[in-house]
Ligand binder design. Structure first.
Ligand SMILES: [Zn+2]
Length: 272
């Protein structure tokens, strides 16, 4: 069985002491690919450096400004993100989006920085990894405009993923209808997360990805500890249980979906 952890922050300093051991546990758990997402220029550069040096499991990088950091995303910093993504062979622009739950950057700045990064993804022909918290209604029109412009969407490919999706089943279905994928985490096993379990049970398997968002969102049995990519299997198990299918079927489908979205084959000529 092979798993694709479609969203992590392995460059986080909390992995500095034992990153090699974390990666070997991931490989032993069947995780063959992990996307490492940026949150600002420095962490995007670190993600690209990690990906360039990785062997097993394969690491892919995403470059971008998290909405929490949007206030620091100057024009020069956004240019740097584009340059890093282009020259470093990023697999995606991310993580980007809107967070109206913590509101760590002013909302009008979050919107501008989100749009600026969606434009980078259009120029580079890359998919996006999107963070949306208490902002699903506002994220949707941004992504609808992006889907209309993305060279990926024009070729019938998914233009991005709603990562660690915390919205309703209905919202997940709307994003899936727009061509986006929806990614679930170990939080689908948290007691009050009925909506994530409904998504796990009802959303077409072709629209689902699995991720850990490491070091955040550990499994219910390990709340309060550092999460790591080996736990992506727990997410697949939760989806399998919700649907009454095998973990193998979830692993095969979500890996194929992630490969189609993020595998290097998605890199297209921006001018095509
Ligand atoms: Zn994240």
């Amino acid at each position: 069985m092979a798993f694709f952890d479609s969203h992590s922050h392995l460059q986080d300093p909390r992995f500095d002491e034992d990153r090699a051991a974390v990666l070997s546990r991931a490989a032993a758990a069947g995780v063959h690919t992990i996307l490492v997402c940026g949150e600002d220029v420095e962490s995007s550069r670190a993600a690209i450096a990690l990906a360039a040096n990785a062997k097993q499991p394969r690491l892919l990088a995403a470059a971008g400004f998290h909405p929490h950091e949007a206030a620091h995303a100057t024009d020069a910093a956004l240019d740097e993100i584009e340059l890093l993504a282009r020259s470093g062979g990023a697999a995606a622009i991310g993580e980007i989006g809107l967070d109206f739950y913590r509101d760590l950057s002013p909302r009008h700045v979050q919107r501008q920085v989100f749009d600026a990064q969606l434009a980078i993804a259009v120029r580079l022909g890359l998919p996006v990894s999107v963070h949306s918290r208490d902002a699903e209604g506002e994220v949707r029109p941004h992504l609808a405009r992006f889907a209309a412009e993305s060279p990926l969407a024009r070729r019938g490919r998914a233009p991005g993923v709603l990562h660690a999706f915390g919205g309703t089943l209905r919202e997940a279905q709307e994003y899936a209808a727009m061509g986006f994928l929806v990614s679930l985490t170990c939080a689908a096993g948290y007691p009050r997360n009925e909506e994530a379990r409904a998504i796990a049970a009802e959303l077409p398997l072709a629209a689902l990805l699995v991720e850990t968002d490491s070091p955040a969102l550990p499994p219910q049995s390990a709340r309060g500890t550092r999460n790591e990519p080996a736990n992506v299997r727990v997410v697949a198990e939760l989806i399998a249980e919700a649907r009454g299918i095998t973990v193998e079927a979830v692993s095969a489908a979500t890996t194929a979906n992630a490969e189609a979205l993020l595998g290097r084959a998605t890199l297209v000529e921006a001018s095509a």
